[in-house]
Design a protein around this ligand. Sequence first.
Ligand code: A2R
Length: 316
Amino acid sequence: MRALIIGAAGFVGKYLIQHLHETYDWELYATKLAHETLETDLAAVYDLDILDKENTAEILGGIAPDYIFYLAAQSSVALSWKNPELTVDINIKGCLNLFNVIREIGQHPRILCIGSGEEYGYIRPDQTPVREDTPLNPGNIYAATKACQNMLGAIYARAYGLDIILVRAFNHIGPEQAPIFVVSDFCRQVARIEKLGLEPVIHVGNLEAKRDFTDVRDVVRAYGLLIQHGEKGQTYNIGSGHAIRIRSILDNILKLSTVPITVEVETSRLRPLDIPIIEADISRLQSCVPWKPEIPMDQTLKETLDYWRQEILFNK
Ligand code: A2R
């Protein structure tokens, strides 16, 4: 089997390559943007901007993958407010390019297309935990583009027979995640206070929102299983099934700190239209594949904090 990971230089890609290498006997191929670095001996790496249709066709034609993990995205909610056009281009036009190229060159790979729990948006308390058939009501631009990607995937599967499986991944966390995401941001701030002797104040946004967090290493296990066993055209939530208040995560990170730290809420960090609770119903996933999250939150928080401690020491 030949597996291709598109958008492999991001947070999830490196974990996915490692997991697929350790678990399956597949030949691995990966793409990154030209300006990105992806140092790995485990996959053959190509440069690809998914907006470049010609290059996409060349690379797919050369590899002829059996499986495609489609991770490429503008994945930041915050950046999607600042640059909606870029977010629409990458998340909607990019994935449409992939689907169209596959049709045009006549290949038949299974494609795992990664969307987001953010697609559900404003859900009523009685719709929690949220099931895949809940009507989507996206609350931000990133979420709207991912909802559109999901709909296009389902349409291409039904209308053109493309073997697309759709995922709505809820928040995933772990070492090496960019600090624009909340857990990574908190851990980085704590590590900077500890290692650089900064003023012991952590700056935060909305602590009352509840989100469903899963360790990235658990998430990529689900991706490996779903690409083999998922049903064509179907959407699967991937999450822990339990939402946790951001405040409680912050408290746990602060307990790991070696110095006492006070918390300061900054209005500039509050997002327009923040959504109070997002929690996954994962029964469809669990009836399809034998999967449950295995890495406890405390372990993920400690490893993420330790990662930032190392980073800051190293780059000091
Ligand atoms: O934006 P960059 O420079 O970090 O590059 C990202 C890359 N990417 C692209 N790849 C190919 N063609 C493009 N036009 C293009 N624009 C951006 O996709 C990055 O290296 C990768 C996505 O990785 P992350 O942003 O780190 O997302 P993560 O956490 O790995 O999530 C994977 C998927 C995404 O579809 C998320 O929206 C979803 O899971 O939650």
